[in-house]
Write a protein that binds this ligand. Structure first.
Ligand code: SAH
Length: 244
């Protein structure tokens, strides 16, 4: 390892030869290794094992309206911790229209990588380029169930919506609106395209609260928060690393 990661191991974590470390290659592999040598510009380690995350029981895709300030950062971090597999940021009628700069996309990547390290997740969520909500509604990624969280919904709760799907449902796309909410037209368009409007109760939640609550409830209901036994982890032989 070289660069900031090597610096972090040497000067922040103050690791010594023989210490165990775990690291990720960003493509889904998690390596267990032992530090060999700590040099000025790099750290070398011997890989002693490799595992991958098990695939989730149900693939969860979050469509998130772009939010102001640091709220997107919070959502990306928490969605990563909670195991969301892909994030589709979108522009909408009552939300942000300004295209995020490349630096912001890079920052989002860094946030999810840091969250992965912190929560021991080997496969970072995919962050898609922001698009119009109407594009996401009319050309969604293939999913067995599509939901739109709407504070004016009076019929459907998450409980009723997921119960009939539970057995055959392998993937869910769920949309959360901006601070200004979804427009009536957006909700009608989503319904026409097969999205089910869902309520999170009688109180209007802040956008970021709604996303975190919806994500946690969905993951729990879909079985993605069940513990994984160590023996269930996919084990595979060590693979050489490109940059040591
Ligand atoms: N501006 C709107 C509220 C938007 S809240 C108003 O004041 O009326 C931001 C987003 O959180 C909404 O678009 C919706 O997706 C979600 N949300 C908040 N409270 C909700 C609730 N009780 N049920 C379902 N979704 C909710």
């Amino acid at each position: 390892m070289t660069g900031p990661e090597a610096h972090h191991l040497r000067t922040v974590l103050r690791l010594s030869p023989g210490d165990p470390i775990t690291f990720f290659d960003g493509t889904g592999a998690r390596y267990q290794a032992r530090i060999e040598r700590i040099l000025k510009d790099r750290v070398t380690a011997t890989i002693i094992g490799q595992t991958r995350d098990l695939p989730p029981k149900v693939h969860l895709h979050l469509g998130q309206a772009l939010l102001k300030g640091q709220k997107m950062d919070l959502i990306l971090q928490k969605a990563t911790e909670l195991g969301v597999e892909a994030i589709y940021p979108f522009y909408s009628e009552h939300g942000i229209h300004k295209q995020p700069r490349d630096t912001q996309m890079d920052r989002w990547q860094r946030i999810v990588i840091e969250a992965c390290k912190q929560c021991d997740r080997a496969t970072p969520p995919e962050i898609h380029t922001p698009r119009e909500v109407t594009d996401l509604i009319t050309q969604p990624p293939p999913c067995d169930a599509r939901l739109i969280f709407w504070e004016h919904e009076t019929r459907h709760t998450l409980k009723d919506v997921l119960a009939p799907h539970n057995k055959d449902c392998r993937s869910v796309l769920f949309l959360l609106g901006p601070e200004g909410g979804f427009s009536e037209t957006e909700v009608a368009c989503a319904q026409k395209e097969g999205f089910i409007p869902v309520s999170l109760g009688p109180r209007i939640l802040r956008a970021e609260t709604a996303t975190l609550a919806a994500t946690a409830i969905l993951q729990f209901t879909l079985g993605n928060l069940d513990p994984v036994l160590p023996d269930d982890q996919e084990k595979s032989p060590c693979a050489p690393l490109s940059n040591g």
